[in-house]
Write a protein of this length. Structure first.
Length: 337
């Protein structure tokens, strides 16, 4: 195994990667992909590797070797100062940039293929690698940008399902006030919040009948009134710590852990798989639009900075209202369709 790893960890050359079926090359590809993807995620390279390639022992061993602290003198002087956020230890970044110099577009495509058939996973991987190569160009490590001409086509989608009123009532009927699942729903729905916002909300954000939320993903923070439904859910829960929602041992949920947990709660309430946490934010945004709220009024609740996303909701429900009005006119005149 050590001999194979030694060969796998030597500097990449196109001829090596071009050999289809070469186990060490594939292992190195996957280890590099895991390290690169970790740069834009709050996950360790080993966790990414295990999730994507759970039975790839050689790739896991390669990753361990690639992330083992090594003397800086082992690397060329030009790469000694290179590093990326979230890459720990630094030697992982140094080895990665040593490999970057030898990668071409065909190698990037193969790395993306290793992520599986899901187009969104490939899109995220490509975005991460573009940042990696952009930084390498900025520090004059390379001249060309291998991912420049690579595009990933995503299927058309409406995104997360926006919960229907009967689905919300079914969840509420199953999870009563005083339960953590109920509080999670009320926060996501009544405050139109994302999972990363719901996970960290606590009593320090609530004051004088209002709740202040620092919106994520570049959105503006909001200061909105607490609805009766949300107030009832908050009052029914005991004070446990800085966050309303806590896991065992009193620790707050991470956004991804809350997402998984909420999916389990929804499934237990006999709701379809399409009913997920983010769909509640969409449901509240859609409800505001259906009640005639202007785009700017919706933005004051959701925190969106751009009109375009909010306008999609408003346009959708304006069309629905226009259709209802048109059909009502037909009924008034006695015309049948």
């Amino acid at each position: 195994m050590n001999g194979a790893l030694d060969r796998a960890l030597r500097p990449l050359v196109p001829e090596d990667i071009a050999r289809n079926g070469h186990a060490e090359r594939r292992a190195l590809h996957r280890a590099v992909a895991a390290i690169a993807l970790s740069a834009n995620r709050h996950r360790k390279p080993a966790d990414i590797l295990k999730a994507a390639w759970p039975r790839d022992v050689l790739a896991e061993a390669t990753l361990r070797a690639a992330t083992t602290p090594t003397a800086v003198s082992d690397f060329p002087a030009a790469t000694r100062v290179l590093s990326l956020p979230n890459l720990v230890p630094q030697s992982a970044a140094l080895r990665l940039f040593g490999m970057v110099r030898d990668l071409a577009a065909k190698h990037v495509r193969r790395m993306l293929d290793d992520l599986g058939p899901a187009p969104h996973a490939k899109k995220h991987g490509l975005k991460t690698l573009r940042g990696l190569f952009a930084y390498a160009i900025e520090i004059e490590l390379i001249d060309d940008d291998p991912p420049a001409g690579i595009k990933i086509k995503l299927p058309r989608s409406e995104g997360y399902h926006s919960w229907e009123p009967d689905e919300i009532e079914q969840y509420r009927a199953y999870w009563p006030l005083g339960s953590e699942p109920r509080l999670a729903l009320e926060f996501a729905l009544e405050s139109a919040s994302r999972r990363c916002e719901v996970a960290y909300l606590g009593r320090q954000h609530v004051r004088a009948g209002r709740i202040k939320i620092a919106r994520a993903k570049g959105c503006n923070g909001v200061d909105i009134p607490i609805t009766p439904e949300l107030k009832a859910a908050i009052d029914a829960m005991p004070t446990t710590g800085l966050t309303f929602l806590v896991r065992q041992r009193g620790k707050p949920y991470t956004p991804s852990a809350l997402d998984v947990k909420f999916a389990a709660w929804a499934t237990e309430a006999k709701l379809p798989a399409r009913c997920r946490l983010h769909g509640l934010r969409k449901a509240r945004t859609a409800e505001l639009a259906s009640e005639g709220a202007s785009a700017h009024e919706i933005m004051a609740v959701t925190g969106h900075k751009s009109l375009s996303e909010v306008q999609r909701y408003a346009d959708k429900f304006n069309r629905r209202k226009a259709a209802d009005a048109a059909m009502a006119r037909l009924r008034k005149t006695g015309t049948e369709v």
